[in-house]
Structure formats: C-alpha cells, structure tokens
Design a protein around this ligand. Sequence first.
Ligand code: GLC
Length: 721
Amino acid sequence: MARKNVNLKKLISQMTLEQKVSQLIQLNAMNFAKSATEITGPAQQWGLSDEWLNTMGSTLNFADAEEMIKIQKNHMEKDPNGIPMMFMMDVIHGYRTIYPIPLGLAASFDPELVYECTRMAAKEAAAGGVNVTFTPMVDYVRDARWGRVLETAGEDPYLTSVIGATQVRAFQGDDLSDKENLAACVKHYAAYGGAEAGRDYNTVELSERILREYYLPSYKACIDAGVKMIMPSFNSLNGVPSAANSWLMKQVLKKEWKFRGTVITDYNAIGELKTHGIAENMREAAKMAFENGCDIEMMSNGYHDHLCELVRDGTIDEKKVDEAVMRVLKLKKELGLFDDPYRGASPEREKALALCPEHRAIARRAANESAVLLKNEGVLPFSKDLKKVAVIGHFAECNEIKGFWSCHGKDSECVTVADGIRAKLPGAEIITAYGCSPLWNDKNTDGFSEAVAAAKEADAVVLCLGEPQTYSGEGNSRADIRLPGMQEELARAVVAANPNCALVLFNGRPLVLTDINCPAILDMWFPGSEGGNSAADLLFGDAVPCGKITMSFPKAVGQCPIYYNHPSTGRPKWTAEDVHQAYASNYIGCGNLPLYSFGHGLSYTKFEYESMELSDTKMSAEKPLTVKITVKNVGNYAAKETVQLYFRDIYASTVRPVQQLAAFEKIALAPGEKKTVTFTVTEEMLRFYNAECKHVSEAGEFVIFTGYADHRYKEARFFLK
Ligand code: GLC
C-alpha cells in the first residue's frame, strides 16, 4: 500500500503511544526471520508481543533482499499504520564484493577511489534491501593495539574527515529516494578510538581541546556533508558514556553543530549505561538516553519496557516522543519507503551485481592502490620469467583475507595469493608450504622444515604472514602487536634459506615489524575479494605500489599510543634513534620514531622532489600562500606518488604538533616525466583550538615542508601576519 505524500504529522497524531515508541526500537532480523545473519553483538530473540513486533520501526543484520522482502511484506500486512520498516546494515568496505579495509583504502590517499568503491557497495547493498548503512566510521585513532583501527582512516584528522565526508556523499548521492542510494550513519560519536590502552570499549578521558582538535572534526565533516544519522559510541567520555553525555549530545551535536538528523544508539548501549554504573536500572537508562537525544534504541529493551510509563507519569513530555518519531518517519519518507516499502530490494539484481567482473575489477584496483610497500632492498618486483616460486605461510592458500567487517562477503569468494600467482605465472611451478599457524599461542614449528625446503629449491619466495582476520575488529584488541605465533621465527628461517624473499602482510592494524629481516615487505592489509590477484599484480610489477600508511608502525608496542602529529615536549630527543639521551623525553632501548612513519610508502620507481616554491614569505587571511612542488619520476616505472604538504606552527599559545598534514595530491608520472603540484595554504588551515577552546590562528612563524612525516624533502618558512 504505497502512500505518496503521506502527512507525517497527521500519521503521528493517529498513533498510540506504544506504536510511537515501537518506531524508536531496532531489533536484529532474528526477531522477524529465520535465516537472518547475526553479524555483531549478542544475538538475542526478544520474544516481544506481536503488537510490538508488528509495529517495530527498524531492523538490522538481515540476510539478503529475499529476506528483506519477506520481513517487509509481513510487516506491511500487519502494521495498523502502514508504516514501512527501515532496514540497516554495516556496509563498511563492501556488501558482497569486498574491497580493502578502511585503514587500507585510506592508504590510497585517493578520495575518488574511495567514492567509486563506496558507490559500488551502495549499489550492491541497495539491491540487497539495505536502506541505511552504519558507515562511515570516522573514529580518530592513535593506538594500534585497538582492534577497530582497521575501520578507521588512521591518525590524521584532516584525512579522516576527507574520507568520511566522501563516503557520506557516495552512499547518499543527491537524492535519497534514488533506489541505489543509502542513508549513511556516521559513527562512533565520539572518541571511541581514544580507548585507554587501546582496549576496546575502555574508558576515554580527553581534554575538550584535544577532543575538538583531533577527535571531533571528522564527525563534523560528515554532518557538513549531510549525513542522515549518527551513532553515539559505547565508551564513557570524561566520565559519562556518550549516549547519556549531554555535553556531547546536546551542547556540541545539537546546539553547536545543529544536527537535525536521527540518532541511533549502538548495540545495547542503553543497557550498558547500567553496566557503566551511571544508571541504576533500565528505566533510568532509558530516561537518560532519550533525554540526551537518542531516537532509536538498538537491541536493548529500555524504551520498550519504560518509555510509555515515563510519558504517562509525566517524566517525559509526549511531544518529545513525537519529535523523535518525526525524525524517524522523515528519514523513511526521504528514502521513499512510503512510496515503495521494498525500495531497491531485488534478489535478481543483488545476485547479478555481487562479484560481477566490473565490481571485482574495482576491488582489485582498490587493493592495488591501497597496498603499501614498506621495505624493498632490491627484491621486488619479481620477474614474470621465474620458473619456480615458493608461496609460504598461513596466508599462502588462505582465503580469509576480507577483514572483520565484511558484511555479506564470503571467504570462499576471495582469491588467495597462491591462486593469484598461479594465474599470473601459468608456466611456473608454484610450491606452497604452510610453515606455521598465525595463532598467538600456537608454538608449533613442525611445518618449518617443509617451508625451508620449499624456499631452498625456489627461484623466489613469497612469504604470506599476518594476523587472523579475527585479531582485529570489534572487541579484538591486542597487547602484543607483532606477527602472532611462530611467524617471526618462520620468516627468519625462510629468509636464511632463500634471501630472494618478499613478505606479503595481512593485517588489520600497524604491526611491530622491527625483528622481521625480510628484504621486502608489502602490506596488503585485508584486501578483500581480489586480494590474491592484487598481490600478484604488485609482486610481479603489473601494478606499482603507491599506498602510504595513515597510521604509524611502532618499533615496539611500548611506544603506543604513537602518532606523527605530536607536540615537541620541553625535552625532545635529539640524539640518534638508538642512543638513549639522558634527561630527555625518550626510552632506554628504543627510539621515539616509529619504524615506519605516517605517509611512508615506497614505489618501484624513484621520485625526485626537485623544488618547493612559495608565493611569498608572509601570508594573511586576506592573502593565502601558494606552494608549488615539482616532482620528477627518475626511475623506470610509470607510477603514482602522493605529494604531501605539512606545516609546523613554531610557537603559539598552546603547544602545537611538530608537523601536521595540510594537504595532499596523488599524481601519476611516466618515467622521466615531471609535474608541479600547486597547493593553497589559507589562514583557516592554520587554526587550532587554544587553551580557551577557541578556534583561532595566531600570527607568527611557520615551517612548511613536503615529503612525509619525520622526513622532509624540501622545507621553507613563512610568517602569518
Ligand atoms: C556493533 C558496532 C557498531 C555496529 C553496530 C551494528 O556493536 O559497535 O559499529 O554498527 O553494532 O552492527
């Protein structure tokens, strides 16, 4: 029963209080269907009465288009107000065709590629019956121990903002009623990535200044891009969990940012207000969350059990419930669900799009652009004339390379490295050997001898090691971030047997690689459906690595949290990395720099930064600075380079980072070709939050440089007047 131009005000006026509250509850699809996919959180059947289930506002984690249609059809027959359900899903880096995890895709430094991948995911998900995706995740991070760094764009607030806003635009398009567009939900608001000790769900204590400078900008960028929904985070922030944090939810989100979209809690986050110890019972928890602007309660029963009673006893004004219901119904109307409750759901189209050649090609290109060549001492690229290649390690023949949050992607649909190499070198002999397990507590080395033998007889070795994809993602933090199990020892044994060896990494976070002696290291992250083909493209030179890491790779886990945009301190270390400096801010036995810094990534070619020219040595709000950087490809491969521009505010009223990314541009250069990249530095880019949390710029001297964090290829100084 389509309802063109439904009058929402009138509709709400006809609803009972229970029916209104039911619009504000989201239960997973297991409550409405049998074949639902439980993707996250404690799966539960709530056993609510049919009156409630038949008027439920939305659901999540359903299986596919067929199931969505079945649930919606049943619902439309039973809902007395004819209000369609809304269907939500975590489409994080692909729906069925899986591309690299966000921490990998960010390494492409290519917003257009992010847009293209996201559009692909939106089309597949819309065909699968998804109306809203719980994406983008834009949590700012500095600690590689945290399991969810895989979902982020890393340790730079500007890059995280650019990527988050790009995803919002790509998912939502210009018209939300377009059946290939989804509503986006930015998460996890706020500072979930600041969990103490990098332990998921842990406490977050941050000053307002640090919050506003580093942790909040990316959510604001998504709101400015028009995101329709926002999800408060599980964590307590400065003592109060986000869902009940009035500074975050009222002062910042509603008053300062004027967010008028829908707020959905995270999974049972209202129930967790009791566990945090700030709500005595579910009635109090429901009251706190509702009064702080949480419209939809995901997977807990606070609103079901208490919201009607809170209205009837006068604690909560029914008008506030009507306003929350209006936000939910407005989104459903914008999505076109009142006109067509099934929207873009189509089992046939869902099947036709999933992993179609065009989508696999996008996933492969994304994997190629996201991979980072961390190290290469004359090993890569391998020649395609090799006769015998040994592919060794857990990930040689393993297809579990799609990452933790891979929606409906299937391991069985991912190409393994060995298969990618077999396809690349049809005439070569490919020997595989398992070596050892990637499990942290598996010390078995029985497979070493076979691996060493394979390495010895091969012309070249591809060592495929990493973390199991369940060692990152939600709830999966690690206190030791080296290669788990006996993989480091395996690497040493294999490299000793044949130094013509490249390590291909599969990881959901920066790892400590300090003791890895492999002469070449190619980080594939979790590359998704086309991982093996992409690895082969890169190893044999059909694709040239161009990714740049967006999160520091520590020398030791004891350095965490470690991030490139850190302040100087009053006693910075100036001695060599491996020399401890008395009475300075440094460690005994470990330097301060990461093993690999933000923005690092090698190529098969060589880029020469010929010049950096400034339009002037002084600038002002009225007179921005133009910076021209000329880069030449002096090597033998056509390749891409991300030209990065950093600055340092040398002195200001609060301590400033020793470097911060101002801008970047990715360019393609043929051998011998040079290009000049022009950046404009505005006064606004130089602003920061001062001690009073005012967003200001301050006159004074700045250093500007190109290269990457901790590595200055060209630098100059200028004054802001
Ligand atoms: C999870 C995650 C959140 C996700 C939600 C729905 O617990 O924290 O990122 O969107 O539940 O699956």
